[in-house]
Design a protein around this ligand. Structure first.
Ligand code: C5P
Length: 218
């Protein structure tokens, strides 16, 4: 299999990262979780009590920040922050940070650089439209908001976070809305992406569907 580039986009909780990780393993290619990069920078801003509307300070912090995703770990200024970026506070602020032009420019460039000359599967919101527009394989995963909220709820519960299902649903709807309506590279299905509704499908089913499409011409 030669020069493979797979873009997976979709809203929160559609199963993108779970599925992308399995496919990366099966095809023995790199997986990049771009959402983790936006989360890591949000974590830095929150930790430093930076006002999310203070774009000047955010820009200068950005210039002084290193973010990397490799071997399935997210690094913020050289330290692994895999767990910290998953908490609900970050989930509720990340979309506000991801709207900022300078943040998007920097992270999209970083993601393009990581993907250069590599076989890769990347997931996010704008992979098929902005980061890897020339990907041969583009998928847009979706699921009902109820199902997506339930998945997040179970994940958080497993980490013993105390949250209400209805609250999670509202938070996901709010995040989707910000992601879909932002000015720069909003969450949208690329015209050439294949949409898969994962609502009533198992992880294995979705993985098989994607792999069968890729393997057809390899
Ligand atoms: O994928 P995940 O849910 O961790 O992404 C967190 C947030 O990061 C998204 O809700 C979105 O605001 C932002 N994001 C983005 N572009 C990407 C990936 C994530 O704007 N490519």
């Amino acid at each position: 299999m030669k020069n493979i580039s797979i873009a997976i986009d979709g809203p929160a909780g559609a199963g993108k990262s779970t599925i992308a990780k399995i496919i990366a393993k099966k095809l023995n290619i790199d997986y990049i979780d771009t959402g983790a990069m936006y989360r890591a920078f949000t974590l830095k801003l929150i930790k430093n009590n930076i006002d999310l509307e203070d774009f000047k300070t955010i820009s200068s912090v950005l210039n002084d920040t290193s973010i990397d995703f490799s071997d399935n770990h997210i690094y913020l200024d050289g330290l692994v922050v895999d767990d910290e970026i998953r908490n609900n506070q970050i989930s509720n602020k990340v979309s506000i940070v991801a709207k900022i032009k300078e943040v998007r420019e920097r992270l999209v460039q970083l993601q393009k650089d990581i993907a250069k000359n590599k076989d890769i599967i990347m997931d996010g919101r704008d992979i098929g439209t902005s980061v890897l527009p020339n990907s041969k394989y583009k998928f847009f995963l979706n699921a009902s908001v109820e199902e997506r909220a339930l998945r997040r709820f179970n994940e958080l519960k497993a980490n013993s976070d105390t949250v209400e299902l209805e609250t999670i649903k509202k938070e996901i709807e709010k995040r989707d809305e910000i992601d879909k309506t932002r000015e720069i590279s909003p969450l949208i299905k690329s015209h050439d992406a294949i949409e898969i509704d994962t609502t009533n499908k198992s992880i294995d089913d979705v993985v098989d569907t994607i792999l069968s499409i890729i393997k057809k011409d390899n």
